[in-house]
Write a protein that binds this ligand. Structure first.
Ligand code: URA
Length: 206
């Protein structure tokens, strides 16, 4: 898979796990192809499955609001999920489903080479810090294998527990600082022969 468009097409046609049988639409992810930051959620919900787009339901509206507070729009960033098809009744993804699907997200990250990965919720945090608890690591940038990761609470948490809303908004404020820090001191040197070179990016975006 050599481009985000190719990943998109592969995901929409994917039958690598049983979730493909129950989906209306697969949800590959979307956003700016030159984004310096990628947001990773858990899995599509009802609205996402209906529309084939990530974060377009109630949690998505809150994500839009959160992005606004730091001067970003969803079109400025790339938004994806750990798995690309909706689990029945929004149950937690199974390890076998994550295993079957992770190649798509991994390749999206390789192609985008973001300065910062923001994980939303426990599931996405687990990809990088499987032994951690979200309450301990949330809101702090960590580097893993040369990649800056910022684990945050999932916006849906604020929809279920109103008292988390303020913390979620506060944690979001770390993002611009983290992007600025990454600009000053990139965590990894660009790999050779990578399809996306820094000159392809709009370095002034943030
Ligand atoms: N929750 C997620 O984790 N992802 C979506 O796309 C929507 C809700």
């Amino acid at each position: 898979m050599n481009s985000l468009q190719e990943i998109d097409a592969r995901v929409r046609a994917c039958t690598d796990c049983p979730l493909s049988e129950g989906r209306t639409h697969a949800v590959p992810g979307e956003g700016a192809t030159n984004s310096r930051v990628i947001f990773i959620g858990e899995a599509p919900g009802y609205q996402e499955d209906q529309q084939g787009r990530p974060f377009v339901g109630p949690a998505g509206r809150l994500l839009d609001e959160l992005l606004n507070t730091i001067g970003l729009k969803r079109e400025d960033v790339f938004i994806a999920n750990m798995i690309k098809c909706r689990p029945p009744n929004n149950r937690d993804p199974l390890p076998t489903e994550v295993d079957a699907c992770t190649k798509y997200l991994d390749r999206q990250i390789e192609l985008l080479r973001p300065d910062l990965i923001v994980t939303l919720g426990r599931y996405a945090m687990n990809k990088y810090f499987p032994k951690e608890s979200i309450s301990r690591v949330r809101g702090k940038v960590r580097t893993k294998d040369g990649q800056r990761i910022l684990p945050l609470l999932h916006p849906a948490a604020a929809l279920h527990q109103a008292n988390l809303r303020e913390s979620i908004f506060q944690d979001f404020r770390v993002i611009p600082q983290a992007i600025e820090a990454a600009k000053q001191a990139p965590a990894t040197p660009p790999p050779p022969n990578s399809p996306a070179t820094p000159s392809d990016r709009q370095l002034s975006m943030f």
